[in-house]
Design a protein around this ligand. Structure first.
Ligand SMILES: [Zn+2]
Length: 282
């Protein structure tokens, strides 16, 4: 799926639709799915796991996934395409009770082979989303991998170098818990996701505790060019003051060495493509 072809601009439409359809397949729903049953869940997935946009278009992947040869829209030629666009309007898909789904061949293969289904799922997750949010996505699309997981390839040098640069301390909250065996609950977060071409370099990494890492990858906060934290107005909860709200506008703990500072272009990417805008109080 050519979802990354626009150079780092996230386009999670197709992978999220396929994951949603795989969840339906796993629950033994019919091969062809009604657009009406996908419209709202897919829009919610796009809002939750995609970049913030002015509007969301679940009808696009429903239609354009045909180009990837595993997806079929029966009687596609009978639909009226929007002027200047290549897809029918959402209203027509709803009014005509449009259906689409995996091709017969793809459906049979996936249905007959649970291992293939898991591998396709894992591949889609690895290619489009950081590992820290895979479980959230699986839960949202109702896919159960039954504890099966193929560990993504990691770069242990990246992790070690980033933790070292930040003195094994969460740059956001200062957590530095150690056991005698070493630190725990601490990650090296990529600022620009690997999936978007972000490199395994210290200048693209920040040490974060597991909670802040996950919140960062979900867009609950971002880091401005001057290293100050911006917390999303989207984030609510009754006990989030100390861990999030009080940190709004404060600076992260920078790395020791100037050379290890995160590059501005990676922070900018995160702000544009991951952060759930707007920030609090703006
Ligand atoms: Zn933290």
């Amino acid at each position: 799926m050519n979802a990354w072809e626009r150079g780092g601009v996230r386009a999670p439409h197709k992978p999220l639709l396929v994951l949603l359809a795989l969840g339906r397949l796993q629950r033994r729903e019919a091969r062809l799915l009604e657009y009406a049953s996908l419209d709202e869940p897919l829009a919610r997935l796009l809002r939750t796991f995609g970049p913030r946009r002015k509007s969301y278009h679940p009808e696009y992947p429903f239609w354009y996934l045909r180009n990837d040869l595993v997806w079929e829209v029966p009687d596609a030629s009978s639909y009226t395409l929007k002027q200047g666009g290549g897809s029918p309007p959402r209203s027509e898909l709803l009014a005509r009770d449009a259906r689409a789904g995996f091709t017969v061949e793809a459906f049979r293969l996936l249905d007959a082979d649970p291992t293939l289904l898991r591998e396709v799922t894992q591949l889609l997750l690895d290619e489009h989303f950081p590992e820290s949010i895979h479980d959230d996505i699986l839960a949202a699309v109702g896919l159960d991998l039954g504890g099966w997981t193929r560990r993504a390839r990691r770069d242990p040098e990246f992790r070690a170098a980033v933790l070292q640069a930040y003195s094994r301390t969460c740059a956001v909250c200062g957590f530095d818990g150690h056991l005698s065996s070493g630190p725990f609950g601490l990650d090296a977060a990529h600022v620009k996701w690997k999936q978007a071409g972000g490199p395994d370099e210290v200048s693209n990494g920040i040490a974060m505790c597991v909670l802040h890492h996950r919140a960062f990858d979900r867009g609950a906060f971002t880091i401005e060019g001057d290293l100050r934290l911006s917390i999303s107005a989207d984030l609510v909860g009754s006990t989030i003051h100390a861990l999030f709200l009080d940190l709004h506008g404060k600076s992260i703990r920078p790395p020791h060495a100037q050379k290890d500072f995160v590059r501005a272009e990676y922070l900018e990417w995160h702000r544009q493509e991951v952060f759930l805008q707007p920030a609090r109080g703006s």
